[in-house]
Design a protein around this ligand. Structure first.
Ligand code: TYD
Length: 208
């Protein structure tokens, strides 16, 4: 049986994360691998309910620590119910956002600090870190243009520019601190160029 392989994707809004995840999954399936795509917050039935609480723009009163615990609660359930069983069955799991989003958004954005978030991340995932994390990098200007700029905002998107500036710093911090696991991919080029680069990275990481 194949060995399970765990990939997470991170990056700012508008960087084409979900498109790249789909393309990578198709590529890996075409090579005969079983692939599970999932997302955070969410992924499990309970996690999707927690996602609704976290993103609902009406829940303005959620405190920063409550927010962190909700992300981690959804994550713990996701690992237990979806991610670990799939990995144990030899599948490739690809996640749209994972622990590094908590470092960036809660650690830096909400200013809860790296140490605090690292600790809860570690417990929530039971010590099973991704084999590779792809951090998609795009300038804020290009991201804004690609995103269209004026869609309806969820609760996380209702925060100000300072918050997003700190999130950006958090992502860079994570890329540097966890450089044994995180590979940065510049996505300013075409979708196909980025896809080719990602396939190359993953083939190498899986050892094919
Ligand atoms: P979603 O629409 O899934 O993300 P995307 O921006 O990739 O389309 O919304 C998830 C939001 O939750 C996003 O703003 C990032 C945020 N988030 C955290 O703040 N902490 C976390 O640990 C995770 C996984 C996400």
């Amino acid at each position: 049986m194949n060995k399970g392989f765990f990939i997470s994707f991170e990056g700012t809004d508008g960087c084409g994360k979900s498109t790249q995840i789909k393309l990578l999954a198709e590529y890996l399936k075409s090579k005969g691998r079983e692939v599970v795509i999932s997302r955070e917050p969410g992924g499990s039935p309970v996690g999707e309910k927690i996602r609704e609480i976290l993103l609902n723009a009406d829940n303005v009163e959620i405190s920063s620590m409550c927010e962190l615990f909700l992300f981690e609660a959804a994550r713990a359930q996701h690992m237990d119910q979806i991610v670990m069983p799939a990995l144990n069955e030899g599948k490739i799991v690809i996640l749209d956002r994972f622990i590094d989003s908590s470092i960036a958004y809660q650690g830096f954005g909400r200013q809860l600090g790296v140490e605090c978030v690292e600790t809860f991340n570690h417990y929530a995932i039971g010590g099973r870190y991704p084999d590779v994390t792809l951090m998609l990098e795009l300038s804020p200007e290009t991201a804004f243009v690609r995103k269209g700029g004026n869609d309806v905002k969820d609760r996380m998107e209702m925060t100000g520019n300072d918050f997003f500036k700190r999130v950006g710093e958090g992502l860079s911090f994570a890329a540097e601190k966890y450089s044994d696991r995180i590979i940065c991919v510049n996505v300013e080029g075409t979708c196909q160029e980025t896809h080719a680069r990602i396939c190359e990275i993953i083939d190498k990481a899986i050892g094919e």
